[in-house]
Design a protein around this ligand. Structure first.
Ligand SMILES: Cc1cc2nc3c(=O)[nH]c(=O)nc-3n(C[C@H](O)[C@H](O)[C@H](O)COP(=O)(O)OP(=O)(O)OC[C@H]3O[C@@H](n4cnc5c(N)ncnc54)[C@H](O)[C@@H]3O)c2cc1C
Length: 291
């Protein structure tokens, strides 16, 4: 199917892109890698009057440390994360997750920020962002806004981003002590969207869990932050009983539906098993890490 007709703009500065959004934000769509937007246009689920291709904006694809956080530019593609030489040490869960996303064709064009802005509850990055307590930096003509990932996802394909805003960067806090993460995904075949997936992150201090993050994929209307499970872990020594309790609480936070990928009850149990498994892996990695 062909998309409905639309105007196309390819600004070369952020200021130009923001001015276009200010004028026509309500009827415009930003395009980054186009890996989610173009299928929507072709199916005519989206019929914007204007597509603003931000692919030519300079200085938005960088990945690196900046003022105590890890900065991922909004135009950093999945493949840039896959191939970045520093990320296996700086934030290994990103490198583990990116391999679960589709195939090299999609990873060559799609961006992490595009994926997060798309807000597909089955998207993998959203859960990692929630587990890592990421923030999104958004620009409009009124200035800059830093939006915590927790609260960003409002519903399926819906976020708190305003029509006049462009996400320019994703910020991930750097760990304060030994840290580890894990992303476990159940999929029907290689490259498929998740039946269920779970992102887990822990930081240790003095043998106790100082910080914990758990994000759930494809088990609700949005990626879900399993807050009660996180709270249960923080401040405690990581025993088998504690891990089992956190896994139970995370499963309670999941609200999956029966579908061709499995029943709701099955998916809730996969959440429990994957949180348990992910926590054990993440804790092992935290103990091995030197930071
Ligand atoms: C066959 C196939 C399989 C896939 N499998 C997976 C998978 O297994 N797991 C997974 O997580 N994803 C999967 N995806 C989605 C893929 O990860 C996309 O790359 C991603 O969802 C969107 O990134 P993009 O840069 O292509 O965004 P685009 O398609 O360009 O944009 C997506 C949405 O985000 C908005 N947007 C993009 N960038 C910005 C910005 N900087 N500021 C504001 N709004 C912005 C757009 O307006 C649009 O609404 C798959 C896609 C395909 C086609």
């Amino acid at each position: 199917m062909f998309p409905a007709a639309f105007d196309y703009a390819a600004p070369t500065t952020l200021g130009e892109a923001l001015a276009l959004l200010e004028q026509r934000g309500d009827e415009a769509k930003i395009m980054a890698g186009g890996q989610s937007l173009i299928p929507l246009l072709k199916l005519r689920f989206a019929q914007p009057a204007l597509v603003i291709d931000i692919g030519r904006l300079p200085a938005m694809a960088g990945i690196g440390r900046d003022n105590g956080h890890l900065s991922i530019g909004a135009l950093a593609r999945h493949v840039d994360i896959e191939r970045n030489a520093d990320l296996p040490k700086l934030c290994p869960i990103l490198v583990e997750t990116v391999h679960w996303i589709s195939d090299p064709l999609v990873r060559n064009r799609g961006t992490m920020a595009g994926s997060v802005c798309h807000a597909d509850p089955s998207g993998d990055w959203g859960s990692v962002m929630l587990a890592l307590d990421a923030s999104l930096v958004a620009h409009s003509q009124s200035g800059e806004r830093v939006i915590p990932a927790d609260g960003f996802f409002q519903g399926p394909f819906t976020t708190t981003l305003r029509p006049d805003e462009i996400v320019t960067e994703i910020r991930l806090p750097m760990p304060k002590g030994p840290a580890g993460g894990a992303y476990n995904k159940l999929e029907r075949k290689v490259g498929d969207f998740a039946t269920v997936a779970v992102a887990v992150y822990v930081e240790l201090s003095g043998g106790k869990i100082a910080n914990a993050g758990i994000g759930l994929t494809a088990v609700g209307e949005t990626n879900i932050k399993a807050t009660a499970a996180e709270k249960a872990l923080i401040g405690h020594e990581p025993t088998d009983e504690l891990i089992a309790e956190a896994a139970r609480l995370a499963s309670e936070a999941a609200h999956p539906k029966d579908d061709i990928r499995g029943t709701a009850a099955y998916k809730k149990d996969v959440v429990r098993v994957y949180v348990q498994r992910g926590l054990k892996t993440a804790l092992g990695r935290a103990k091995e890490s030197k930071s």
